[in-house]
Design a protein around this ligand. Structure first.
Ligand code: AMP
Length: 218
């Protein structure tokens, strides 16, 4: 089965965590625009500097810039069996761009999984989030009972709070999500691709729900 998936929802809904699990389970690439942009920024180019100014303020990187960037990232992966996209597309313009990119490589999206989560829960989850600086694994001080000096269980890397996970920036990220990204709900519903998943509960609960949604579509 070809499983080309977009994980969609507000920041802090658990898309990254679920995406990394699913990717291992299904043996298909996990591609996160946020991770890719942060890695790009670490390489310190002039474009990287510009992108960082948007990210640290909770704004979206402009469509044209992110589309060019993501098309290079997608080009680096083998996409024929499937992929799990997290954080891209984030605007209707980006969704149209993705359609064109995929049609050129003869790929159809299989589903867009929409993570449903109350807004109050988002701020709590993000403020507790700690990310491995080395492999991007995500932890949460509220759910993983992490010690202050905890290291990544997967690679031993340092765990840190992302600059844009600080509360003031999170509030702006949610506003930007509502204004620019939520219109994608209607966009993908109209295409018959949207499947909603309740994103509350444990990682295992949510993972089970995603698998149910995928098997209902098969
Ligand atoms: P994320 O890790 O998905 O929460 O993304 C972190 C930040 O990277 C976002 O707040 C944006 O500033 C930027 N970003 C990630 N993906 C995109 C995208 N598809 N379009 C524009 N900006 C993005």
């Amino acid at each position: 089965m070809k499983t080309h998936l977009v994980l969609f929802g507000p920041p802090g809904a658990g898309k990254g965590t679920q995406g990394q699990f699913l990717s291992k389970d299904l043996g298909i690439p996990f591609i996160s625009s946020g991770d890719a942009l942060r890695e790009g920024i670490n390489k310190k180019s002039e474009t990287a500097e510009k992108m960082y100014s948007f990210i640290k303020n909770g704004e979206l990187v402009p469509d044209i810039v992110v589309e060019e960037f993501m098309s290079k990232i997608l080009d680096q992966h083998t996409l024929d069996k499937g992929f799990i996209l997290d954080g891209f597309p984030r605007t209707v313009h980006q969704a149209e761009f993705l359609n064109i990119y995929l049609s050129k490589i003869n790929v159809n999206l299989y589903a867009v999984i929409f993570f449903l989560i109350p807004k109050e829960e988002i701020v709590k989850r993000i403020s507790g989030r700690r990310t491995c600086e080395h492999c991007n694994a995500v932890y949460n001080i509220y759910f993983n009972s992490l010690k202050d000096d905890a290291k990544c269980e997967r690679c031993g890397g340092n765990l840190a709070q992302r600059e844009d996970d600080k509360e003031e920036v999170v509030i702006r990220r949610i506003e930007v999500y509502e204004e620019k990204t939520e219109p994608l709900i209607a966009y993908y519903k109209n295409k018959g691709l949207l499947s909603e998943v309740d994103a509350l509960g444990t990682v295992e609960d949510v993972s089970k729900r995603i698998k149910e949604v995928l098997s209902d579509r098969a």
